[in-house]
Design a binder for this molecule. Structure first.
Ligand code: DAT
Ligand code: MG
Length: 150
């Protein structure tokens, strides 16, 4: 099934110059970008974005971290995009993430794990709606599409 998923290069990823690296990995997999912008997440939006983690010991640090500098927000589309992106990203704790995954290659600490990707189709819809307006989502056909599907 063709899905859309929300991906964000977190403030450490921007500061460490990983925007191109991350976009490149998603492009090479065959996923298609349908929205992309740089953004400074306000605190109230960060709290809505991470509502499921409220009350956990890392929550305050997480809100500080994600609002600490600009991020790059993106929507990527493709066959099974939600799971495909999660497997490219690797485990939440980069110290446990496999080499070859984004976190496994680029990070070491769960509090600075470089990238976010939606964990389900319903999370993806919620996160896309939170960060993007409908007019920011592109509908287009890419010239390589017939080489990426049967
Ligand atoms: P993921 O980002 O892999 O979906 P999550 O939704 O469980 O992971 O947690 C959201 C973010 O919260 C995660 O990317 C980094 C932070 N976080 C989670 N567990 C943490 C921990 N034990 N220590 C510090 N930060 C943590
Ligand atoms: Mg998550």
């Amino acid at each position: 099934m063709i899905e859309r998923t929300f991906v964000m290069v977190k403030p450490d990823g921007v500061q460490r110059s990983f925007i191109g690296e991350i976009v490149g990995r998603l492009e090479k997999r065959g996923l298609k970008p349908v929205a992309l912008k740089m953004y400074r997440i306000p605190k109230d939006m960060a709290e809505r974005f991470y509502a499921e983690h409220k009350g956990k010991q890392f929550y305050d640090g997480l809100i500080n971290y994600i609002t600490s500098g600009p991020v790059v927000c993106m929507v990527w589309e493709g066959e099974g995009a939600v799971g495909a992106v999660r497997s490219l990203i690797g485990k939440t704790n980069p110290a446990e993430a496999l080499a070859g995954t984004i976190r496994g290659d680029l990070a070491l600490h769960p509090g600075k794990n470089v990238i976010h990707g939606s964990d389900s189709i319903s999370s993806a819809q919620r996160e896309i709606n939170l960060l993007f307006n409908d007019y920011e989502l592109m509908d287009y056909r890419r010239i390589d599409s017939e080489w990426l599907t049967e």
